[in-house]
Design a protein around this ligand. Structure first.
Ligand code: FAD
Length: 477
């Protein structure tokens, strides 16, 4: 196993281990290891635990909440934990933590054509371990939910080095309690409120939940997710992807129409103003056929049905809102769909690139963004609030994301330490408002290091203490 020691040596030779896509600075560690199998992973974790050295698990470091950034201790990189095998031809694969979403997609195309892995958390270089650890979700979450819905079994390596297989449905909590042969007595904290939205803030807690769901989304707090059995799904006959460039009324109207329709909608995404101006300023996009709002949707064509039927239904909706077909981009084959996906991906990529450049000059600067979600029916009112808070900062910003799930990300571009303070205050205000509307402070990116203070807006001291006690109990085993 490749292992390196020495804080200075690691920062000189492996600076990539010390930050992630959040550009959070200050990362450091005294040791780093790249285990290649279960035994090496367990050995390194056990050794660190014996020496009382905390370990940060590092996947592909595409995380935007600073979770993989070590603040001392050691790093376990999952880079060498690779391998994919088919368990069930009909659609279950076992994937080691270090494989990426892109490699899973490639594997399915080659080995299991006709099947696909539904969660699509945008950044295809993310590791499978990282996506399970953060319970990532993306555009297709509208139809398929988050990663946890697609994980059947995991192998966990606890901090002591003990390994544990956890299969779905093997261990279910009753009334928030579970007695497990290895984990002992587990008691879930009682949560006073649960957001009426997707949620990735803190540990996943629900009184009658499956044990596997405690580990999915645990962000490395409960040990290493070594591998995961992922469920695949049969591809639909076809998909129709459409980006509609429209005005604000048309945007909200069309969003409501699509949500109310009976079509199998896979994705419902938004780019709010000033996203298009932001892209014009910082990238070289093609000319947009309208705007300033963009609604993107992907509709599945069920097996045995025709693409034309879906296109006709979409045409009716567009016409009713006075949107001409000339104000749309369509994607009906793989190439066009990919181009639309890249167009959407350009926004977070460009923000992260700008922030990385600013952070290189000023270590106080890092990504400042919201990952808040509110019940979908309250999104329009919440967006209005977001817009006023963001305008008040006087900074450049964008708002985009998963509008079908009440989940719009805002990203600010702070240019100085003073801007950072203003931007962080704005994030706090938006998080407070999301919670008051029945939402969450983190819907998909997890808590990491950057979102930790926001947990207090959502959970009481008692609830957070309960989560910490649970995590401490598991990490001591
Ligand atoms: C351009 C861009 C777009 C993005 N879009 C989305 C999106 O749409 N939806 C979304 O959910 N996320 C999105 N992300 C964030 C990111 O891709 C996800 O959070 C992803 O799941 C992180 O995977 P990773 O391998 O990079 O994990 P890392 O960043 O390396 O780690 C993330 C956290 O998981 C822990 N961890 C990693 N691997 C393991 C493991 N094997 N066992 C235990 N703990 C582990 C780490 O300690 C850390 O706390 C985006 C990121 C970028 C850069």
């Amino acid at each position: 196993m490749k292992t390196l020691r020495g804080t200075h040596y690691i920062s000189e030779n492996h600076p990539e281990l010390l930050t992630d896509e959040s550009s959070l600075s200050g990362g450091n560690c005294q040791a780093a290891a790249w285990p290649g199998d279960l035994g090496e992973s367990a050995g390194f974790l056990a050794e660190c635990t014996e020496d009382r050295v905390p370990v940060t698990i590092s996947g592909s470091r595409t995380g935007v909440a600073g979770g993989a950034v070590p603040m001392g201790g050691a790093v376990l990189s999952t880079e060498r934990l690779t391998g994919i095998e088919t368990l069930v031809e009909g659609g279950i694969i076992r994937v080691r933590a270090g494989e990426t979403l892109a490699s899973v997609e490639e594997y399915c195309e080659k080995m299991l054509p006709g099947l696909f892995y539904p969660p699509d958390p945008t950044e295809t270089t993310a590791s499978i371990g990282g996506t399970v650890a953060t319970d990532a979700s993306g555009a297709s979450g509208y139809r398929y939910g988050s990663t946890r819905n697609w994980v059947n079994r995991i192998t966990m390596v606890l901090n002591s080095g003990r390994t544990l297989e956890i299969a779905r449905r093997d261990h279910i909590f009753t009334g928030g309690r579970l007695n497990h042969p290895v984990l002992g007595k587990l008691v879930l904290p009682v949560l006073e409120r649960k957001p009426f939205t997707k949620n990735a803030a803190g540990l996943h807690i629900s009184p009658g939940m499956d044990l596997i769901d405690l580990f999915i989304g645990s962000e490395g707090r409960l040990g290493l997710i070594f591998d995961a059995d992922l469920k695949l799904l049969e591809k639909p006959e076809a998909t129709a992807t459409l980006a509609v460039f429209c005005d604000e009324e048309q945007f909200w109207g069309l969003r409501a129409d699509i949500m109310a329709s009976k079509m199998p909608v896979r994705e419902l995404e938004a780019m709010a103003p000033p996203c298009l101006d932001f892209l014009r300023k910082h990238t070289e996009p093609p000319e947009f056929p309208g705007g300033p709002w963009v609604l993107e949707t992907c509709i599945e064509v069920p097996r045995g049905e025709k693409l034309d039927t879906v296109l006709e239904a979409l045409d009716v909706l567009l016409e009713a809102r006075g949107i001409s077909p000339g104000c749309t981009w369509g994607g009906f084959d793989d190439g066009e769909r990919q181009r639309l996906k890249e167009f959407r991906h350009l926004l977070p990529e460009t923000v992260n690139r700008l922030i990385a450049g600013l952070a290189a000059k000023d270590p106080d600067i890092h990504k400042v963004a919201t990952d808040t979600a509110v019940p979908p029916a309250k999104l329009r009112a919440y967006h209005e609030y977001m817009r006023s808070v963001l305008e008040d900062t006087g900074m450049e910003y964008i708002v985009f994301g998963h509008c079908g799930q009440g989940h719009l990300h805002s990203n600010l571009i702070p240019l100085s330490s003073r801007d950072m303070a203003i931007a962080e205050k704005a994030v706090e205000l938006m998080a407070r408002r999301a919670v008051s509307l029945g939402g969450t402070v983190s819907a998909e990116h997890g808590t990491g290091k950057l979102k930790k203070p926001l947990l207090e807006l959502m959970y009481s001291g008692k609830e957070l203490k309960g989560m910490n006690l649970l995590a401490e109990h598991v990490s001591r085993l």
